[in-house]
Design a protein. Structure first.
Length: 299
């Protein structure tokens, strides 16, 4: 396969086997965490490299010169020959990887990725899917208000998609305890119906705009909630059980948008992944703040 017809898929740290399994026979080459193959929807990828090109180089300076001739902003994806790669990176303009404040605009400048395949060959893509280095989004964290770090998944989702609840919209937060997601949604001005068998952190439950209902996310009926703008779920359960819950709400037609975490307990459930991915107008992605999880959204 010609490089120009390929796509590079960068696996999240620790999840190369999941990416390789997802690509199956379509995986053409693997270089560290980067797998080359045809363009297709892939969930287990932190970043996508469009049409990566092999660039012969004569020296460290030549590598930097050839990359700068293509565009300004480049991020190294470490693979092999680490010292040589670092020396090339030093000759390129610096790209900020500092944590960002939630709500700050996503960078819009093109951000390319590159790696050394051998001492004399760079593999580079000038167009990548993520505006953040190697798809790794980090935030200036709030270590006081939220009751857990789960809130970072929502911050990241809203940042990378550019979509989220607006003030006054109604959000259903399933499996909400101790309340990190409800805290984020309330902070955006949304009205939150927060459901869990376990209580919310008292500080979260006391916030205006949050209505806590004690109970199981799987026991509620859509009719008992009524129409909502968003359904959020970070419930700890097997993905197949989450799919049953989602299908119930889809059939009821009472939810405009969904954002749910698929939590894999033990082996990755690729069959249920495929069933989620097959739901029309939806997508599966791996966020940097996900663990052995994927985020499914229907917006």
């Amino acid at each position: 396969m010609d490089d120009r017809t390929q796509t590079g898929y960068l696996a999240p740290e620790g999840f190369l086997p999941q990416l390789q399994e997802e690509l199956g026979a379509d995986a053409v080459e693997t270089h560290g965490r980067l797998v080359l193959g045809p363009s297709k929807p892939v969930a287990w990828a932190a970043n996508r490299w469009d049409a990566p090109a092999r660039i012969p180089i004569a020296s460290i300076g030549d590598a930097a010169k050839k990359l700068r001739a293509i565009q300004r902003n480049w991020v190294l994806t470490p693979h092999v020959h680490h010292r040589r790669a670092a020396l090339i990176a030093e000759k390129l303009p610096k790209v900020s990887a500092k944590p960002i404040a939630f709500g700050a605009p996503t960078p819009t400048a093109p951000l390319g990725s590159w790696m050394l395949l051998d001492p004399d060959t760079v593999l580079a893509s000038a167009r990548c899917s993520s505006a953040f280095p190697n798809g790794e989004v980090s935030f200036v964290e709030d270590r006081a208000a939220p009751p857990s770090r789960a809130y970072l998944k929502l911050w990241e989702f809203f940042t990378v998609t550019g979509q989220g609840p607006r003030a006054g919209e109604t959000c259903l937060d399933l499996g909400s305890s101790p309340g990190g997601w409800s805290w984020v949604l309330q902070g955006l001005g949304a009205k939150v119906i927060s459901i869990d068998k376990a209580p919310l952190d008292p500080r979260i439950a006391a916030l205006p705009g949050i209505e806590y209902r004690q109970g199981s996310a799987f026991a509620i009926e859509p009719a008992s909630i009524g129409p909502v703008d968003w359904l959020f779920s970070d419930v700890v359960c097997y993905p197949a059980r989450l799919l049953t819950l989602v299908e119930k709400f889809l059939a009821a037609g009472t939810v405009r948008r969904f954002v749910c975490t698929l939590k894999f307990q033990g082996a990755t459930d690729f069959e249920t992944m495929r069933r989620f991915a097959a739901i029309p107008d939806s997508r599966l992605i791996h966020l940097h703040n996900n663990k052995h999880e994927l985020t499914w959204a229907r917006l």
